[in-house]
Ligand binder design. Structure first.
Ligand code: PGA
Length: 252
């Protein structure tokens, strides 16, 4: 049995006072329940230090939204894995479609980031997913396969399970269009089979695969009930503590 995992990707939202408000409200809601689901929040870099203070004495885990591939150096504006680690960050989102699209991140660069994150004991939330054009051209599986193979290149079997995979169809992100539970399950199953062929059965059964793309309280439960969906990477709906909390409960 894989433990469910729900992570909130705040993207470029929430300043200092809004960070305090959102985390306090979420902690308050969670304090009345003993949830089994693992829950992580991924605020922007500017809120990481504050968030790491605020989540002390709670079960919430901390994630970042990006990391650079180099350990340190002259990379103006970038943040290293070591820096993140020093703020109590446990997870880091790598390969999100917004970074692939707006910042031209390639599969090779993403692979380097994943390796660097693991080297510094961070757990990558590795995102894959096809665009609408790719889906309509019947390329969903080949695109996801390529992202997986190149993204995981050179990663050992023992390091693989430090990674959580997130399947996020690009056409479902922030659009209000969710993949149906069956559409998502089909790709999740494919990803698990791929992991089996690249690694082995045991790894494929253990690795967590999250679904992301317009997950809301209304559709979360049906998605999370699918056999190969182990939780969600939540964007828009995690900015509202009520919605995020309802999504967490749907994973229980
Ligand atoms: P969304 O974003 O829930 O707003 O669609 C998901 C994501 O980008 O991780």
């Amino acid at each position: 049995m894989r433990q469910k995992f729900v992570a909130g990707n705040w993207k470029m939202h929430k300043d200092k006072s809004e960070t305090i408000e959102l985390i306090s409200s979420l902690k308050n809601k969670l304090s009345n329940f003993s949830v089994i689901t693992e829950v992580a929040i991924c605020p922007p870099f500017t809120s990481l230090e504050l968030a790491s203070e605020l989540i002390k004495n709670s079960t919430l885990k901390l994630g970042a939204q990006n990391v650079h591939s180099e350990p340190e150096g002259a990379y103006t504006g970038e943040i290293s894995a070591k820096m993140l680690k020093s703020f109590g960050v446990e997870y880091v989102i790598i390969g999100h479609s917004e970074r692939r699209t707006y910042f031209n991140e390639s599969n090779e660069f993403i692979n380097k980031k994943i390796k660097r994150a693991i080297e510094f004991d961070l757990r990558p939330i590795f995102c894959v997913g096809e665009t609408l054009n790719e889906r309509e051209a019947g390329k969903t599986f080949s695109v996801v396969e390529e992202q997986l193979i190149l993204g995981l290149q050179g990663i050992s079997e023992s390091d693989l399970l430090k990674i959580v995979i997130a399947y996020e169809p690009v056409w479902a992100i922030g659009t209000g269009k969710t993949a149906t539970p069956l559409q998502a399950q089909e790709v999740h199953f494919f990803i698990r089979e791929k992991i089996k062929s690249i690694y082995d059965t045991k790894s494929s059964e253990k690795i967590k695969i999250l679904y992301g793309g317009s997950v809301k309280p209304e559709n979360a439960r049906d998605l999370f009930l699918q056999p190969d969906i182990d939780g969600g990477l939540i964007g828009g709906a995690c900015l509202n503590p009520d919605s995020f909390f309802k999504i967490i409960l749907s994973a229980e």
